[in-house]
Design a protein around this ligand. Structure first.
Ligand code: PLP
Length: 501
């Protein structure tokens, strides 16, 4: 299967899946997209139901990554989603009442859903280097709003032929997220705080990626840049799998009949996770509505409702930092699919020049056919954490709470319209990654600062601390550096690490 840039309107430059994964972002600044969406019919979904998670993953991935063998993909899935790495299962589904289901995506080594992609992606990249005859070292630059950074570090640590630097906003991540990153082990890893927000980090990293001089300089040292952010197709493809898998699990448990539609609710930041659900729907998975949940940074709620994307607005730091985003990169992929490459390119140009664009009526109509959107204030996030714990004895993190809140609103609307569908909400992080905010939401003021709060949360809720987070108790901080938010400062930090012997 060929991949094209979202800005390649003539489809002039096809690349293979391996090449797309290796490169991360297209040379014209666009994102790679498969030339078509493989179709999956009801019989094939029924076939998937009989398989394990890893086998489902190999099947779905092989439809997109046809330059990888099925055996290879199954081997990668087996290694990535092993019981040692995912002791709670890869992507189990929990029940909240009659119609609401929760797809738990945070049972991996860093306790956030990013592990679902970043445990398998280093294997896809290593194989891609071989498949494309690449001899140079891949240097991965990551901008993180908290969870990607740790998941990428954990996935890429000590992988041969790869180095990685992670930039995170100094005051934009939780104490636990910071400790997870700054204590990272591995010879090939580097972590750097920036004095700015996530958009600053992401913009800086994007600018480094398009800096031709820097690319040349690296090339002369036998290094090239690659990306582990969700703009990389190798991040998105593994995320399609768990929507199929959740559907199959619900069929297997008798909760739904094969062919019955489900609605999917996703707490959204960079629009990667929900776009994977959209792809699953386009492939033929029986999905009704896709519900986009945001926090107070509700730019997507506005856009999906009105067709106007306007980033000229306040930026809020919330208790769901992975959704504190004003430029959702993967939205470009949806625009490409719905509006076509010319209009998509035009929107992106307007966004970079004026921070704003408006889509045409036909585009908005198509968006509304597939998506609805809600946002959740800080107050409602806290109420939802408490309400779900009191009502179901089920503990959720602030990101998931935004989605559960949106799911409740969607449920109400469904009832009003007489739509009788099961709702599956993606749960994206362990509550222990955000223990202080979760504790406060439950009405208790933390007595400790920082790491120790997890013990208070465990005691109050009588729930277990995930082992990888408990282990941080004895972790030593390795990375203490911080730089300003300008591109040059990021570039300096990136360069000094890769050039060091
Ligand atoms: C990354 C992340 C999100 C947002 O996912 P996108 O794919 O960027 O939309 C939501 N919740 C958590 C916990 C995350 O780590």
């Amino acid at each position: 299967m060929n991949y094209f840039s979202t800005r390649d309107s003539q489809r002039k430059t096809p690349v293979s899946a391996a090449q797309a994964i290796k490169q991360g972002i297209a040379e014209d600044g666009g994102l790679f997209m498969p030339e078509s969406f493989p179709a999956v019919n009801a019989d094939e979904i029924s076939g998937l139901c009989a398989l394990s998670y890893n086998e489902r993953a190999a099947k779905i991935l092989s439809m997109f990554l046809d330059d990888y063998s099925k055996e290879e993909l199954l081997e990668f899935a087996n290694a990535a989603y092993s019981p040692e790495k995912f002791p709670g299962g890869a992507a189990p589904v929990s029940f909240l009442g009659d119609t609401h289901r929760v797809l738990e995506l945070w049972h991996g080594p860093t306790c956030a859903f990013k592990d679902m992609a970043l445990q398998i992606m280093p294997r896809l990249l290593s194989a891609a280097l071989k498949k494309t005859g690449e001899k140079r070292t891949a240097y991965i630059l990551v901008a993180t709003s908290g969870d990607t950074g740790k998941a990428a570090l954990e996935g890429y640590k000590n992988v041969d032929g790869i180095k990685i630097t992670v930039f995170y906003p100094e005051d934009g991540v939780s104490a636990m997220q910071k400790l997870q990153m700054t204590s990272q082990d591995g010879e090939n890893v580097n972590v750097c705080a920036i004095r700015g927000n996530f958009d600053d980090a992401q913009t800086g990293v994007k600018m480094i990626f398009s800096d031709k001089d820097f690319a040349q300089k690296l090339d002369s040292q036998g290094v090239f840049l690659s990306s582990a952010n969700s703009i990389n197709w190798g991040r998105l493809a593994p995320q399609i799998v768990y929507y199929f898998s959740a559907y199959c699990d619900l069929v297997n448990s008798g909760d739904i009949k094969l062919g019955e539609k489900i609605d999917i609710v996703v707490p959204t930041g960079n629009f990667g996770n929900i776009f994977a659900a959209y792809i699953a729907k386009r492939m033929g998975l029986f999905v009704g509505k896709l519900v986009c949940a945001s926090n107070s940074n509700n730019i997507l709620t506005d856009f999906l409702g009105t067709g106007v994307y306007d980033r000229n607005r306040n930026f809020y730091t919330t208790m769901s930092p992975s959704m504190d985003i004003l430029i959702s990169s993967n939205l470009e992929r949806l625009l490409y699919v719905i509006a076509g490459p010319e209009r998509c390119t035009k929107y992106m140009k307007e966004l970079s020049q004026n921070g704003k664009y408006t889509v045409e009526d036909d585009v908005l109509a198509e968006i509304k056919k597939n998506f609805s959107a809600y946002y959740c204030s800080e107050e409602n996030t806290a109420c939802t954490i408490k309400g779900i714990f009191d009502g179901y004895n089920y503990l959720i993190d602030p990101h998931t709470a935004c989605a559960v809140y949106a799911a409740q609103l969607a449920e109400k609307e469904n009832a009003e319209q007489g739509r009788n569908v099961k709702i599956v909400t993606a749960s994206t992080a362990s509550p222990y990654k955000f223990a202080a905010d979760v504790l406060r939401s439950l009405g208790k003021t933390p007595e400790n600062a920082g790491f120790e709060v997890i013990y208070e949360l465990s005691e109050l809720t009588n729930t277990d601390i995930p082992a990888p987070l408990a282990a941080l108790r004895d972790a030593k901080v390795r990375f203490t550096g911080a730089v300003g938010r300008s591109k040059d400062e990021l570039l300096g930090a990136a360069e000094s690490f890769v050039s060091a012997k």
